[in-house]
Design a protein. Sequence first.
Length: 247
Amino acid sequence: MRDDNIQPGRPSALTILQSHSLTMLVQQEIEHLIVGGELGAGAKLSENAIAVRLGVSRGPVREALRALEQTGLVRVEKNRGVFVRQISIEEADEIYELRAIFDQLAGRKLAAAITPEQLKELRALIERMEKAAGRDDLDAYHPLNLRFHDALVEFSGNKKLLHTYRRLVNELNLFRRHTLAQRDRLPMSTREHQKIVDAIAAGDADAAGRLLYEHVMASRERMHKAHAHSAEVVPLTHRKVTHRKSK
């Protein structure tokens, strides 16, 4: 039986839904590769190569890359292609300042309104981070750390704040992974998280906001130290060699 309401040549709602879902899956996979460092800052992204790797057509890849541009993870250059974004130290500095304010606001809001279920989830994340820190497992720790901070903002209930916050975090991901990659940093970071959650659980908005602000600004300071250290370490082949003339 023919349905006269379905117009030939027009995609059905199911087709649109399937296409949207596939695009989301492709976007998540590309994002995972970027956040995990497999696709580094400045890397050029080939639609065809990604499509072959993921076993999909180029259409969903193209749409996924457009969405990733909106999240701040990639940039599109006319006549050149799509690249993983590179964030300058100056831009990262500005982003950290904004993040500190956003986290501070989220902490204050949560201290006044957190639910037992939300508190339970935060403590469970900290427990998993402690185990990862005990193993010096940065690969396990990093996504847990991201989820912890994302959950704080998500639980605050401000959707606009969450949307803007996630874009900032995406832009900082490469920097933040580098600053966390210090052996003594993982347990220290976990202890800071525990104090933050304790303040939130106690309903102390001032302490929760202050601890989160200081936590983020301390991360910014580590970023500067890591950047300064990497600038000092110049490969021997890149050093200028001067020769003294024999007397």
